[in-house]
Design a protein around this ligand. Structure first.
Ligand SMILES: *Cc1c(COP(=O)(O)O)cnc(C)c1O
Length: 358
């Protein structure tokens, strides 16, 4: 038994982030790129990894990796880069830095679940403003929440997870300028930038109170664990104080540098995922009783009549998707389908048709 009064009550009340075991399943639940690292590059990747000095601590500031990111993603020269062990770690660094007594963290709902969980880890009050029923941002309600709650930080994933859509640019601009007047930071999370037509990378320097987050996870390197924050030095140097030394291990650095030298190959995979997304959307629209929502990401949210039944029927056919129905009232009877390979998507479509016919 753990003695009372040791674990913070808000932590005791949390459940750990659920990761479902997927062995033996077609795995379409976690927005991974379904394609392996290009076969023709694998031998050279291994050669590069074998040069890593496992006996030494990794480069603490990772200048070589930052240069590779700057080059591949065309990061404007006036902006700095901070690296995290996945963008999850960056969310945590920002939340920790902002967690003054009574401070709050604002996001939309439904949003990426880690925003709310990390707010709790760090003792921030969490404020969630529901999206409209079409999943567009309710900008007037967001502005009212900023003026009322004065959040230290607002997190917006664009495209949004789990809904898949981008938000209207003018609304996001209004959100950032309202936050500025109310002394708040805005973090735009572009985890899905490779699948989207939108980015704030070109705009971020014009705002004194906005930073941009990206990750290589959805781009085909989820196992590498690397996320990045892009923004003005004034902000990044504060978050950097909280970063544990050597948070990016040497194998991650070596693998990411090599992968970013072949960024085109990763973007090519993203292009074929986008093509599959449109083929999959067309097939989903043809299934009676199933409504796919428009997506700018590598997943498609669908609404069905009976999500439990269909989720379980998919499981019995060894297909794992994400059951999102219980995450928020706006998500009732929804499933989130990651775009897989053409064969995986065909298998999912046939299993969906079968499960709806049950
Ligand atoms: C997947 C996801 C992330 C997590 O990225 P990691 O770099 O793998 O930690 C961050 N934000 C959103 C919105 C995501 O969907």
């Amino acid at each position: 038994m753990i003695p009372p009064d040791i674990i913070r009550p808000e932590i005791a009340a949390l459940s750990a982030y659920p990761v479902q075991s997927a062995s033996g399943f077609i795995k379409l639940d976690a927005m991974e790129n379904p394609y392996a690292f290009p076969a023709m590059l694998q031998a050279r990747l291994l050669a590069r990894l074998s040069e890593a000095s496992l006996n030494r601590y990794p480069s603490a500031d990772a200048p070589e990796l930052k240069a590779a990111i700057r080059q591949a993603m065309s990061i404007p020269a006036e902006l700095d880069i901070l690296l995290g062990n996945g963008s999850d770690e960056i969310i945590q660094l920002i939340a920790l830095a902002c967690a003054r007594p009574g401070a709050s963290l604002l996001s939309v709902e439904p949003a990426f679940v880690m925003f709310k969980m990390i707010a709790k880890f760090c003792g921030l009050k969490y404020v969630g403003v529901p999206l409209k029923t079409d999943f567009s941002i309710h900008i007037e309600a967001m502005i009212a929440a900023i003026e009322r709650d004065q959040p230290a930080v607002t997190f917006i994933a664009n495209p949004n997870n789990p809904t898949g859509n981008c938000f209207d640019r003018t609304s996001l601009h209004r959100l950032i300028t309202t936050a500025e007047k109310n002394h708040g930071l805005v973090v735009i999370d572009e985890a899905y930038f490779a699948f989207s037509r939108e980015s704030f990378l070109r705009d971020i320097a014009q705002y004194p109170n906005a930073v941009l987050m990206r990750t290589v996870s959805k781009l085909g390197l989820a196992g590498v664990r690397l996320g990045m924050l892009i923004g003005r030095r004034e902000w990044l140097q504060e978050f950097d104080k909280l970063r544990l030394p050597y948070n990016i291990n040497c194998l991650t650095q070596a693998a990411a540098i090599f992968a970013l030298e072949h960024y085109d190959a990763l973007l090519l995979q993203a292009e074929s995922i986008k093509q599959e997304r449109s083929r999959l959307t067309t097939m989903l629209k043809q299934i009676a009783g199933l409504q796919p929502f428009p997506s700018d990401a590598n997943f498609i949210l669908v609404r069905v009549a009976a999500a439990d039944k269909i989720f379980n029927a998919l499981l019995s056919r060894k297909i794992l998707v994400k059951h999102t129905s219980k995450s928020h009232p706006l998500m009732a009877n929804t499933l989130r389908l990651t775009v897989g390979t053409p064969a995986e998507n065909d298998a999912m479509i046939s299993a969906l048709k079968y499960s709806i016919s049950l």
